[in-house]
Design a binder for this molecule. Sequence first.
Ligand SMILES: Cc1ncc(COP(=O)(O)O)c(C=O)c1O
Length: 467
Amino acid sequence: MIAITARRLASILGPWRSSGSPAYAALADRVRLVSLDGRLAHGTRLPAERDLAAALRVSRTTVASAYGRLREVGAIESRRGSGSFVSLGTRPSADPAADGIPLDFTKAAMPAALPVAACYAAAAQRIGPELARSGYEIVGHPELREAIAAHFSRRGVATDADQILVTSGAQHAIALLARLLASPGDRALIEHPTYPHAIDAISSARARPVPVPVDPDAGWDLDEAEAALRDAAPTVGYVMPDFQNPTGASLPDDARARLARAADRHGTVLIADETTMWLDLRRGPRQPLAAFSPSVVTVGGLGKLAWGGLRVGWIRAGRTFIARLAQSRTSMDLGTPVFEQLVAVELMAREADLVAERRARLSEGLATMRSALAEHFPAWTIPDPEGGLALWIDCAPWSSSELVLGARDEGLALTAGPRFGLHGAFEHRLRLPFTESPATIRDAVEALRRSADRHASGPLPEPLVAV
Ligand SMILES: Cc1ncc(COP(=O)(O)O)c(C=O)c1O
């Protein structure tokens, strides 16, 4: 059983008060939101009413009424004598479709690219000889490892197949790396905001995240990154150098060199997640972070370029490290399915077509999203990222969490800004993926406008100081 302390819950909830509803209702709404988006796991025991009231500096009645409201809607269960527990009902992973929400913008993902079906058919033609082998490819199918190594070599970092481990998606790669590189209590440098499931992987390893700001316009605060590397001596750092999720920012080449040098100086292993690397709308190529230091470990995958359902990713690192990873992997799984690896071999040979198709779709999605937002939210400053999957919008004067909760009732599921950060930060930010079709994007922005109209907009409360 997981229990959460009142202080920790207060930190996750962030600035939860709402100008438009009574405190108990706003508190209940916020607890519901953080459990729906995964910040609070199903089954977590909530703090006693008295403790939470003290941590939030509200009356015990406010907390009791909030718990009561959550109980009524089935979002928590209370058991006499043992407390109140977060409940997602019968579906432990929050799925908007299961809640009857038609527009799912919680995932920055696209349907399969056109060549994917043909690649499955080609792989089916080639599976025969594989069936005569054991099928346990713990480091990956030799042909796919060759194709991935060639992809890195083409981009200027000479790579052999034995520097590659094939994983079941990039997320699997991040989780494997977090487990191997971070021990409980270690520091882990992260970008802030960052990709939420990387925070999850770091938290699962019981490492302590050290956030470094990334701004959609100004990019990385490298002075702060250097100071964090020096002062916190993190064992590991997780960065997305290309079209960072969620900001869309990219690290310039000279900043890559500076970051890699600083990490080397302080013995921090940098994980460069290149999952979004191919989604370049108008930036042009950059050197991989791995070009600047042999100790950089690179993560990649075909989820965004080809299809999320393929579940093929990889890790590029030194040979000895790959051998250690292979050993550590076997407690979790014994390889990625061979059939999907053959599909991936086919896809890697069609890289140029896939990139062109994704660029066309995302360019159209971005243009549609920007014009719909300009029409419905004329006061917002709308970013124009060079690539990636989403806009990281400053949604002030609305609170991101309020907009997201209101949008659910309007048929639109979104992820609130604080899910991308720590301690309730980014309550004035909303991630809006532009991966869907133009018609769906327009519907989503209209639903968002209806959600905004539900809320009296007021000044945002200050984020809580980290506790
Ligand atoms: C930055 C980043 N890394 C990793 C992943 C996970 O990718 P995969 O589907 O290959 O596990 C995603 C998916 O959203 C992502 O945005």
